[in-house]
Ligand binder design. Structure first.
Ligand code: FAD
Length: 376
């Protein structure tokens, strides 16, 4: 009898699952991808797109084309819950999708739920399509501005710093007017990276005239800007939220095993310990035995072992264990075709580091274009 594999979200792991099932189809398995958008962003190139180095199609995977070429059905939808007894995923528009095995790779969004006014006054960097729509209106606004627009980026991790530098570079080349401030509750920028990386980016921000406000937790967002922990009001016309990752409510509401933050717990098989028909990878998953940062690198690496275990689960075979790599190389861009490499305690930089990153990212994207044969 035909088995049904349901993929929720076209994230970094699932594009590889689709590619591999396309190259080597599993007999008697019907695969469906549920995704709200036709295109999914490759996070590694997103800041480069904002900076003006890439076109939209360079840094987005066309899920419709990928699925068609791999024999996977794509349906438009935003999953809002799973009925684990009936094995049905429900979408926000009321449609339902039955499965025998389900995999979740639907990412995360910036954590802003605890900040009053955050959704009304500001835009989170994810979901990416809404952020890109916002960016498309911000650029002409900065070009027309008579005085500098005040733009606050909340979050001083790699995403926040890259985004601030990329937006700054693009607005400058547009001849737009804007003043940037990066705000963080922590005592240092790029807390997950070594001192050499932190020093380099502090210097770059200073050179570009971007203000860095550390130890400045945002309490509230208002029409005037951000109220900080000290009571100070940081005036801002535009606020971009690039804070740490938050999970959606639906996995916990569906009674899947989650951690305290609501992320789906998975074991070394990338499988839910509470429900063996459920697998999860990427930002939405957490492996308590081998915790790793929420980063696209890990989501990409989980693609091949996830594919293997989905095949095995569908065939009723024993699953294989996966151990994530201990550390990952991060290549962080400065917005002007220059990048800093961060690996364990090491830091180095150069235009060649940007070229190296460009080569890796472009090669990655190439795998998801064309027919299954060309994808190998
Ligand atoms: C500015 C910025 C730069 C970054 N740069 C890097 C980098 O250089 N390197 C790196 O390793 N990491 C980077 N990251 C982190 C990276 O974005 C995430 O770790 C990565 O995207 C997680 O991948 P994922 O597969 O979990 O999900 P995502 O890539 O977020 O994909 C999830 C997909 O699921 C869809 N989806 C969401 N909810 C649902 C739902 N309910 N139902 C169906 N579909 C759904 C979304 O539309 C999306 O297409 C960056 C983050 C930011 C903000």
């Amino acid at each position: 009898m035909q088995k049904r594999l349901l993929l929720i979200g076209g994230g970094h792991s699932h594009v590889e699952v689709i590619r591999r099932f396309g190259l080597n189809p599993e007999p008697d398995v019907a695969i469906t991808l549920v995704s709200p958008d036709r295109h999914t962003a490759y996070s590694g190139m997103l800041p480069g797109y904002i900076a003006g180095h890439y076109r939209f199609e360079d840094c987005h995977i066309d899920l419709e084309t990928l699925c068609r070429s791999a024999g996977v059905m794509r349906v438009k939808g935003m999953v809002s819950g799973i009925d684990l007894q009936r094995r049905i995923a429900r979408c926000a528009d009321g449609t339902e999708h039955a499965f025998d095995v389900v995999a979740v790779d639907s990412g995360s969004t910036p954590a802003i739920a605890g900040i009053p006014g955050a959704t009304q006054h500001g835009i989170p960097v994810k979901p990416v399509p809404a952020f890109l729509d916002y960016w498309a209106t911000l650029r002409p606004a900065a070009r027309k501005a008579i005085t500098d627009l005040r733009i606050a980026i909340v979050g001083a991790g790699a995403g926040g710093i890259e985004l601030a530098l990329a937006m700054h570079n693009r607005i400058r080349t547009d001849n737009g007017r804007a003043q940037f401030t990066v705000v963080s509750d922590g005592p240092v920028l790029l807390a997950a990276h070594p001192a050499g990386v932190q020093r380099r980016f502090s210097a770059v921000l200073r050179e570009r005239g971007i203000t860095l406000r550390l130890n400045a937790p945002v309490q509230t967002a208002t029409a005037d800007g951000l109220v900080l922990g000290s009571g100070e009001v940081l005036r801002a016309d535009h606020v971009i939220w690039v804070t740490g990752a938050a999970a959606p409510a639906w996995p916990r509401e569906s009674r899947l095993q989650t951690d305290a933050a609501g992320f789906i717990v998975v074991n070394a098989h990338l499988q839910s310990p509470s429900h063996e028909c459920v697998f999860a990878t990427g930002d939405i998953a957490v492996m308590p035995a081998t915790p790793r940062p929420k980063s696209g690198v890990y989501a990409v690496r989980q693609g091949p072992p996830l594919t293997e275990n989905l095949r095995r689960a569908l065939r009723g075979e024993p699953l294989r264990e996966y151990r994530p790599q201990r550390r990952a190389l991060a290549l962080i861009i400065t917005g002007d075709c220059y990048a800093v490499a961060s690996y364990g305690p090491l830091a180095f930089d150069g235009a060649w580091v940007w070229q190296w990153k460009d080569y890796i990212d472009t090669a990655f994207m190439q795998r998801y274009r064309g027919t299954p044969r060309e994808l190998s």
